[in-house]
Design a protein around this ligand. Structure first.
Ligand code: CA
Length: 229
């Protein structure tokens, strides 16, 4: 039986989620503020977290950030705002998925099932664990290390997964939908601009920094990894 920790300060929502998840057969714990939530997440070793972003004490983003130093537990964020930067920040801090309130409980349950099915600690890069090298760029999916020549490139988990996936599929145009599906892990509805935001981060950290061209935009399709010095 999977154990789910709900970190949510709105009592009504927390109670509703608790009842629905129990009904689905999950073991459920709740916390009403960020600090308690973080403690329970660290000590209780839950299988999945449902984490509200707007919390008293410690924000959801901060809980996510701190937790990621210790744990790769799947995290589904709840956000009140339909604000892309909030979601991007949460995903950047290592959350696996998010839902905007108000949401349909069926959709949350579906995403919980998806998140629980993913292999833990294996990353979402899929397939092999081989180091991928193109030109001076090398990406190691086992250690999550990215190097350009002798330089280390610091990437977040999602940036890493995105880059690695594009490199594995190099010289093939990959659609935004495919990237959302493979990197964010479910049939995404709307917000394909999350991909564009992450591509921008990667271009900033690699192309602009080292004066190369690695990711091309394929108009009205998506992106293509193609290394040019
Ligand atoms: Ca809240």
């Amino acid at each position: 039986m999977s154990r789910i920790l709900i970190i949510e300060d709105e009592k009504k929502i927390a109670r509703f989620l608790e009842l629905e998840l129990r009904h689905e057969g999950y073991e459920v714990e709740t916390a009403a503020d960020g600090r308690t939530g973080l403690e329970k997440a660290l000590s209780g070793d839950p299988d999945l977290l449902v984490l509200d972003l707007m919390l008293p004490g410690l924000s959801g983003i901060e809980v996510c950030r701190r937790l990621r130093h210790e744990s790769d537990v799947p995290i589904i964020m709840l956000t009140a705002k339909d604000d892309v930067s909030d979601k991007v920040m949460g995903l950047d801090m290592g959350a696996d998925d998010y839902m905007t309130k108000p949401f349909a409980i069926e959709e949350l349950l579906a995403r919980i099932r998806v998140a629980l099915r993913k292999p833990r600690g294996a990353g979402k890069s899929g397939g092999g664990k081989e180091v991928c090298r193109v030109g001076r760029l090398s990406v190691n999916p086992a250690s999550y290390e990215v190097r350009f020549g002798e330089e280390t490139v610091q990437l977040t988990r999602k940036e890493f997964d995105l880059l690695y996936y594009l490199m594995q599929n190099r010289d093939r145009a990959v659609t935004r939908d495919e990237l959302l599906d493979r990197i964010w892990g479910y049939e995404y509805t709307g917000d394909t601009n999350v991909v564009d935001v992450y591509i921008r981060y990667l271009r900033h950290k690699i192309d602009e920094r080292f004066g190369v061209r690695t990711i091309q935009t394929v108009r009205s399709v998506g992106y293509l990894f193609s290394y040019e010095e």
